[in-house]
Design a protein around this ligand. Structure first.
Ligand SMILES: C[S@@+](CC[C@H](N)C(=O)[O-])C[C@H]1O[C@@H](n2cnc3c(N)ncnc32)[C@H](O)[C@@H]1O
Length: 202
């Protein structure tokens, strides 16, 4: 996308965060949503496997960045945005200091089914009680189209997160009318859902 995600802008306030609260963007790619979050005065921590995405994010946005090794990561730091190039599963609670919010767009749904429970468990281990996640998913007939993005149903979201998070559905809407590519693939519906998750004390 060449601008911030409209659903991020619509629902970010639901997390009730304050300026200065640090936010985490898992599997961030070179998403411009990180710029929008930094503009809301949140220090941003992203993690992304691709070194190319790490470099291009800063060069394409004219942000001077310094690069330093940190354990298994190469950390690109520019202004209030810290992008860790490496594997999400290598992050520890130490990396997540002061993180109060998470923006999961095209992260959970980028992973195949066999990895999604590990992703949810690791996310739960990383976050402190009361931290919130804005989660966006898609649900469609996986028989008709292979992912990514993969189809992740409401039941699956419940199964993945309910033992450690309170789950609130903020919106669910069928986007098929605006998705000719999905129609050509034979899909009759392509439902985007947006959830607010809150980490419980467990
Ligand atoms: C579909 S893209 C989404 C990027 C971004 N969230 C956005 O909204 O544009 C998924 C990204 O996850 C990254 N990725 C996949 N597995 C990862 C992992 N284990 N750790 C870090 N990044 C990973 C991929 O390299 C890819 O850039």
């Amino acid at each position: 996308m060449d601008r911030a995600n409209p659903f991020l802008m619509k629902y970010w306030g639901e997390l009730g965060l304050s300026a200065g609260d640090r936010v985490f963007v898992p599997l961030c790619g070179k998403s411009l949503d990180m710029i929008w979050l930094a503009e809301q005065k949140h220090p941003v921590l992203g993690v992304e496997l691709s070194p190319i995405a790490g470099q291009e994010f800063f060069s394409e946005n004219d942000i001077d960045a310094e690069i330093r090794p940190e354990g298994p990561f190469m950390v690109h730091q520019g202004g209030d945005i810290e992008l860790m190039v490496g594997d999400f599963f290598n992050l520890t609670q130490t990396h997540m200091r002061h993180v109060r919010g998470v923006y999961d767009r095209a992260a959970l749904v980028a992973l195949p089914e066999t990895m999604r429970q590990d992703y949810a468990n690791h996310m739960a281990d990383l976050l402190t009680d009361g931290a919130k996640i804005l989660l966006m998913t898609f649900e469609y007939d996986q028989e008709k189209m292979t992912g990514p993005p993969y189809s992740v149903s409401k039941n699956e979201v419940r199964k993945l997160f309910e033992s450690k998070f309170m789950i609130q559905e903020l919106e669910s809407r069928d986007l098929i009318e605006k998705a000719p590519g999905m129609q050509r693939a034979g899909l009759q519906s392509f439902v985007q859902s947006i959830y607010l998750l809150e980490k419980l004390d467990y």
